[in-house]
Design a protein around this ligand. Structure first.
Ligand code: NAD
Length: 356
């Protein structure tokens, strides 16, 4: 099969990990008899440097006309440290999500048996953890009206949700639960926020259409605790934009490193966007230290969900399992008795595991 893949490597470690994912995809393409056409484009700080725009029109047009989008990471300290910057790398990703209508962010959080020692939590707590997080991605406080008073001393961010926005992601979450543990946990703050009360009403109504699926509701503060106390109690976790952003980074620690967490962002139609959960990690950028596995696992999600290439996706996931079982580790996962490798060498091990 011939497939076009837009590659937005971005900033910091983005290009480093993306390069390894492309090598792995190229290897898997040969094995599974596919032809992937990789089309690179700029986004984030690098795009601002070149064009003044974090999402140049050329990049957006490429993304609209492709089969799938592979996204590295964006962000640069020069913008993080300048609260007055008018143009910021993150605006590129937010604009891309909005333009393509990518309303559902799906983040699997799995405890790898080979990495149980790496989590700051006890082995017996995290063993068996397998959470599928559904985070609403194009609404809520990140997209609501922002205001700063003229004297610069008062600021507000509006959190707005319409029931349609809640309904579409809720159906996705319940459908996913039907094929898994048949449980959905809605995380909200319905005791305080009106927008959360809307979420709760809409989700409870939709739950009646899926009688086989058990619906549980948790306040976000309790959920933050339960993810650490009883992570294997969760199956599908459904939540709004900002809560999902925060809880998914917390959940990352169950796997041992944020460098292991992939994600998929999907819309009603058009191409999906597949990216690791981590950012541009300026502290390790350009040092060949990044773990490329979240990016490779994002490429696997792209194959399975975006391109319906299940066998090729399974191959990529198998290569990650095999390399971990062989004891190769980037710095974030390093443990006694393991073989330390850099980003590039880890990519090479994955290629070997793919038999290329
Ligand atoms: P980060 O995810 O970039 O880094 C957090 C910590 O995790 C750092 O210590 C980093 O070294 C480590 N880390 C991250 N990915 C890793 C990997 N693959 N291998 C090994 N270690 C890894 O988050 P941050 O430091 O809060 O943000 C840095 C920049 O990234 C900021 O500009 C932020 O805005 C941006 N950001 C972008 C995205 C995105 O592109 N989707 C997401 C989050 C943050």
């Amino acid at each position: 099969m011939k497939l076009n893949i837009a590659v937005l490597a971005g900033d910091g470690i983005g290009p480093e990990v993306t390069q390894q994912a492309i090598k792995a995809l190229t290897a898997v393409a040969v094995e599974c008899n596919h032809q992937f056409y990789f089309k690179p484009a700029d986004v984030g700080a690098i795009a601002i440097d070149k064009t003044g725009d974090p999402l140049p029109n050329q990049t957006l047009e490429l993304c609209k006309n492709t089969d799938a989008i592979l996204f590295g990471s964006i962000g640069h300290p020069k913008y993080d440290n300048d609260p007055k910057a008018k143009v910021r790398p993150e605006q590129g990703l937010l604009a891309l999500r909005k333009s393509l209508g990518l309303y559902a962010n799906i983040r699997p959080v799995k405890a790898y048996e080979t990495l149980l020692d790496k989590s700051p939590l006890k082995k017996e707590i995290i063993s068996g953890t397998d959470i599928l997080m559904f985070r609403e991605l194009t609404g809520g406080i990140y997209f609501g009206q922002k205001e700063l008073s003229s004297d610069g001393n008062t600021a507000s961010d509006l959190c707005v949700y319409h029931s349609d926005e809640i309904e579409r992601i809720t159906h996705l979450a319940f459908k996913a639960a039907m094929n898994r543990g048949k449980k959905v946990t809605l995380v909200d703050k319905a005791n305080v926020l009106e927008s959360s009360r809307l979420w709760r009403r809409v989700v409870q109504e939709i739950a009646t259409e899926y009688p086989e699926v058990k619906l549980e509701v948790l306040f976000v503060d309790n959920a933050a605790m339960q993810i650490i106390l009883n992570p294997s109690d969760f199956d599908v976790l459904l939540t709004e934009n900002m809560f999902g952003d925060i809880l998914s980074d917390e959940a990352a620690m169950l796997t041992g490193s944020i460098g292991m967490l992939p994600s998929a962002s999907l819309g009603a139609d058009g191409p999906g966007l597949f990216e690791p959960v981590h950012g541009s990690a300026p502290d390790i950028a350009g040092q060949d230290k990044a773990n490329p596995m979240a990016m490779v696992l994002s490429a696997a999600m792209m194959l399975r969900i975006g391109l319906k290439e299940d066998a090729a996706a399974t191959e990529l996931e198998r290569s990650v399992d095999q390399v971990l079982a062989s004891g190769f580790r980037t710095g974030d996962l390093m443990a006694e008795g393991c073989t330390p490798v850099g980003c590039e060498a880890m990519g090479a091990e994955l290629i070997k595991a793919l038999g290329a």
